[in-house]
Design a binder for this molecule. Structure first.
Ligand code: SAM
Length: 322
């Protein structure tokens, strides 16, 4: 799959549900309606469409997201079905971490490769303030369980908000160093409930880096960064090493390297996180899979991928998956 800018599309981000157990101030899921649940793609439909994308269109990576993918009762079956597809080199999941302490082993046994966990603060009060859930201890236990289950390399994601968690960055980097995991600091995007207050809450990566001066003695750019993060090996003042990434959709976008396609739980096709949906796949899937129709819909969405993302997003992250 090549888009109009000749970018090869190899990475599917599949949002399994709009439901989430958290109520993050910058994201906040809408109430899940019955019709949304009824209309969502089944494990069988998900397997069929991903098999087709791998076999016919060169798809290599799949990330399960949401809402929170763990809010789907059939998550294990979905993982098992996707893990059975030859040709996927990376099967990953992004989660709020609430279910990991009890289920990390189940996800690993089902065939999941690795996990990213959101972690916005190590201060229990601030964590609860940002996420709406008093559950820092449970998420930290989940991170330990992920490491024990071998769902690695594990990456932690922190959305950085002015007047909220900027002061927590040094502690988060020290925690990442102790656990031998990468932490990525994400610039707030003007989507969802804080879209209107974006100017007051946004922190550019340059400022995040300044906030880390008290723990970081040296910064070394890594050769192998992910496609969306500028990644550094950081030497801390106490001699420890941490890998730190900055995801900078606002100050320095990474659209020229974008290799992503997004499909939501109701089958909508999004060419970009911040753009509108371009079609819905369910007509090509129900009552049975129609490959020609599917390919026509896919082609329209991929050709609609803009060279750069729009300035503001139209969807909330819970619909489309961050
Ligand atoms: N529930 C899962 C989680 O907590 O990671 C997966 C879905 S969540 C929408 C995916 C990522 O999007 C999270 O790292 C979240 O912090 C991030 N996110 C949500 N709203 C955002 C916004 N307005 N700007 C930047 N990142 C955002």
């Amino acid at each position: 799959m090549l888009d109009a800018q000749d970018r090869p599309i190899r990475y599917l981000r599949l949002s399994l549900t709009e439901a989430c157990q958290m109520r993050c101030v910058y994201c906040r899921p809408s109430i899940l309606t019955q019709s949304k649940q009824a209309g969502r793609l089944t494990p069988d439909e998900i397997e069929t469409l991903v098999r087709h994308l791998v076999a016919e269109h060169g798809l290599m990576k799949v990330r399960l997201t949401g809402g929170d993918p763990t809010a789907r009762p059939d998550l294990i079956e979905i993982i098992e079905r996707l893990a059975s597809i030859d040709g996927i080199s990376d099967l990953a999941m992004t989660t709020n971490g609430l279910s990991l302490a009890s289920h990390a082993n189940d996800y690993a046994n089902a065939g999941l490769g690795r996990v990213n966990v959101s972690l916005d603060s190590l201060d229990p009060k601030r964590f609860a303030q940002i996420t709406g859930v008093d559950a820092l201890g449970r998420v930290l236990a989940g991170i330990d369980a992920v490491i024990d289950a071998g769902l690695t390399p594990l990456k932690l994601n922190t959305v950085v908000l002015k007047n909220e968690n900027l002061a927590d960055l040094p502690a988060l980097v020290a925690y990442a160093a102790t656990h031998g995991v990468e932490i990525r600091f994400i610039e707030l995007m003007p989507m969802g409930p804080l879209a209107e207050h974006w100017v007051d809450r946004y922190v550019p990566a340059s400022r995040m880096r300044n906030a880390l001066a008290q723990v970081a003695a040296g910064w070394q750019t890594t050769a192998q960064g992910s496609d969306s993060a500028q990644t550094y090996d950081v030497t801390l003042h106490d001699g420890r090493q941490a890998r730190v990434g900055f995801i900078t959709p606002m100050s320095c976008n990474f659209c020229s390297a974008c290799n992503r396609l997004r499909i939501t739980s109701d089958g909508s096709l999004y060419p970009c996180l911040m753009d509108q949906p371009r079609g819905n796949l369910t007509d090509a899937i129900r009552p049975k899979f129609d490959a020609d129709r599917f390919d026509r819909l896919l082609s329209v969405a991929i050709q609609a991928k803009a060279p750069e993302h729009p300035v503001t997003g139209v969807a909330v992250m819970t619909q489309i998956g961050g």
